[in-house]
Design a protein around this ligand. Structure first.
Ligand SMILES: [Zn+2]
Length: 481
C-alpha cells in the first residue's frame, strides 16, 4: 500500500458522507460484513467503545445500578403486551420462526429493545416496597431492520448499546431517575466525547413508543444534520400495568410501580468521528482515545537507537503513573513518515518524536493532532507538559464543536425563514410550535425537519411558526441522521 492509499481522498467539507466512510475504514474502526446492514466493529473501534462504556458504567454503578443480562429472544405474546410499543417496533423486528428444522409454535422476536422481557421478570422480582428500587443496566446488542442504506455506527441493523431499566415506588422517584441519567449522558457526551448537546423532551410524535415521555440529547453535525445521542424515558405505569409489576406498600396496599428505561449506543462514535475529524482522518478527544500519546523514535544510526528508546520508555513510564495511555511505535518495517500518517489517520491526540537532535538538546518534539502545532519540550518537563497538553486538546475540541453548533443554530418566526434555514445551512432552527394540530407533521412533510427537542424549561411562549397560533411552545427543529 502506498501512503496515498492510506490517506483520505476527499475533503471533509466537500463530501462529508464519503469522507466519513473512508475514515471509518482507513482508521480501521469498522468494516462492512457480508450480512447486509450489519457492521464489524474492529479492535480500534471496539477500544473507543470500551472507553465510553467504562466511563458510563462507573458513573451508574456509583449511584447504585448493577449490570445483568437478559435473553436475546422475546416471545411474540410478550412483545404484544404493551400495544403502542408493539405497533411502534413491529416494522423493525427480526423474527425467529424455526428451531432447527421445526417451525416454532410461537414466533420469537430478536430483541429490538428489552422493556418487555425485562419487565416480565420484574413482575416476579418485585413484591414489596422493600424490593424497590430496581436499578439494572444491560450491555448488549439489539436488532432493528434498517430499510435505508447502511452507515457504520449511525445506521446498522444491529448495534451495541446499553439499556437501563429501573423500577420505582413513586412517580417522582422515576422522573428523578430519568433526569439523573440524562445528566450523566450529558456529562459523558460533553466532557468525555467533547460534543455539545441540546437537552430536552421529545414531542408525542417523536417519543419512544410506549413511553409517557422521552428525554433526549441532540448534537449538531458539521453538515447541518442533528444526531440523537441518547434517550432516557419515563415509562410511567405504561409497562407496569400490562406486565403487572405491583408491590405491597408501607400502607399494606398494592400499588403499580413506575418504570424508566434509557440507552446510548455506538452511534456516539459516529458523531465523534463527524464532529472532530479533519482531512487527515480521525481526531480523538484524549479522554476516550485508546492511545493518548504515541512515541515515534527516530534513529538513523544503530548506535542512537538504544538511547532514544530508553528516553521514550522513561517518559512513557512516567505517563503511565499519571494514567496516560501510551504506545511506543518502534516498528522497524515502517519509516517515521509512514507512522506519522498512520497515527494521524487514527486520531491519536499527541505524537512525541524523539530523534538524535532531540537527544543532543535533551528535548522531545510534541505534535498536536488537532492543531498540528509542533513544540519542543525539555525532556525533564515532558510529563507535566504532555498531561497539560492533553487537557488543552480536550477543551479545544469541545470549544470548536461549540462554535460549530452556535454557527449552525438559527431562529425562525415564519415558514419562509424556516425553509430557508433548513435548505441552506441546515442546523438547529429554534421556533414556536402549537400543540394541538398538524403543524409538526406538515413541517416534516414540507421540509424534512423534525422537532429534535422541546426545552425542559420554557422561557416564553410565542406564535406558531406554521399556523401562527399564539401561546405556542418553544421547540428546536432540524433534519437528522
Ligand atoms: Zn401551529
Amino acid at each position: 500500500m502506498s501512503s496515498k492509499d492510506l490517506g483520505i481522498t476527499v475533503r471533509k467539507t466537500e463530501d462529508l458522507s464519503e469522507w466519513y466512510t473512508q475514515v471509518v475504514t482507513k482508521a480501521q474502526l469498522a468494516d462492512y460484513s457480508s450480512a447486509k446492514g450489519f457492521m464489524i466493529l474492529m479492535p480500534y473501534g471496539f477500544a473507543i467503545w470500551e472507553s465510553i462504556k467504562e466511563h458510563f458504567d462507573r458513573r451508574i454503578k456509583e449511584i447504585g445500578h448493577r449490570n445483568a443480562y437478559f435473553p436475546l429472544l422475546i416471545p411474540e405474546r410478550l412483545l404484544k403486551r404493551e400495544a403502542e410499543h408493539f405497533e411502534g417496533f413491529t416494522p423493525e423486528v427480526f423474527w425467529v420462526t424455526h428451531s432447527g428444522n421445526n417451525e416454532l409454535g410461537e414466533r420469537l422476536a430478536i430483541r429490538p429493545t428489552s422493556e418487555t422481557i425485562i419487565n416480565e421478570a420484574y413482575s416476579r422480582w418485585v413484591k414489596s416496597w422493600r424490593d424497590l428500587p430496581v436499578l439494572i443496566n444491560v450491555w448488549n446488542s439489539v436488532l432493528r431492520a434498517e430499510i435505508t442504506s447502511t452507515k457504520p455506527f449511525i445506521r446498522t441493523s444491529e448495534f451495541l448499546w446499553q439499556e437501563g431499566h429501573t423500577v420505582h415506588g413513586t412517580e417522582e422517584e422515576a422522573e428523578r431517575e430519568v433526569l439523573t441519567i440524562l445528566e450523566i449522558y450529558r456529562r459523558l457526551v460533553e466532557d468525555q466525547i467533547a460534543i455539545p448537546v441540546l437537552v430536552g423532551k421529545k414531542t408525542e410524535r417523536e417519543k419512544f413508543k410506549g413511553a409517557v415521555y422521552t428525554t433526549t440529547l441532540e448534537a449538531m453535525m458539521p453538515d447541518g444534520k442533528a444526531i440523537q445521542m441518547g434517550t432516557s424515558h419515563h415509562l410511567g405505569q405504561n409497562f407496569s400495568k400490562p406486565f403487572e409489576i405491583k408491590y405491597l406498600g408501607k400502607d399494606e396496599k398494592e400499588h403499580f410501580a413506575w418504570t424508566t428505561s434509557w440507552g446510548i449506543s455506538w452511534r456516539l462514535i459516529g458523531a465523534l468521528i463527524m464532529s472532530h475529524g479533519d482531512d487527515k482522518g480521525l481526531i480523538l478527544p484524549p479522554r476516550v482515545a485508546p492511545t493518548q500519546v504515541v512515541f515515534v523514535p527516530i534513529s538513523y544510526k544503530e548506535s542512537d537507537k538504544e538511547t532514544i528508546l530508553q528516553a521514550a520508555n522513561h517518559i512513557a513510564e512516567g505517563l503511565g503513573k499519571e494514567s496516560i495511555r501510551t504506545y511506543i511505535d518502534d516498528r522497524e518495517q515502517y519509516t517515521p513518515g509512514w507512522k506519522y500518517h498512520e497515527w494521524e489517520m487514527k486520531g491519536v491526540p499527541l505524537r512525541v518524536e524523539i530523534g538524535p537532535r532531540d537527544m543532543q538538546s535533551k528535548q522531545i518534539t510534541m505534535v498536536r493532532r488537532d492543531s498540528g502545532t509542533k513544540t519542543a519540550v525539555p525532556q525533564a518537563d515532558a510529563i507535566t507538559r504532555i498531561v497539560n497538553t492533553l487537557d488543552e486538546i480536550q477543551e479545544s475540541l469541545l470549544h470548536k464543536a461549540r462554535e460549530t453548533q452556535a454557527k449552525l443554530t438559527t431562529t425562525a418566526t415564519d415558514m419562509k425563514q424556516f425553509a430557508h434555514a433548513i435548505e441552506t445551512s441546515g442546523g438547529f432552527v429554534k421556533a414556536f410550535l402549537s400543540e394541538n394540530n398538524n403543524c409538526e407533521d406538515n413541517i416534516k412533510q414540507e421540509t424534512g425537519a423534525t422537532v429534535r427537542i422541546v426545552p425542559l424549561t420554557q422561557s416564553e411562549k410565542g406564535k406558531c411558526v406554521y399556523c401562527g397560533a399564539s401561546n405556542s411552545r418553544e421547540v428546536v427543529f432540524a433534519r437528522s441522521y
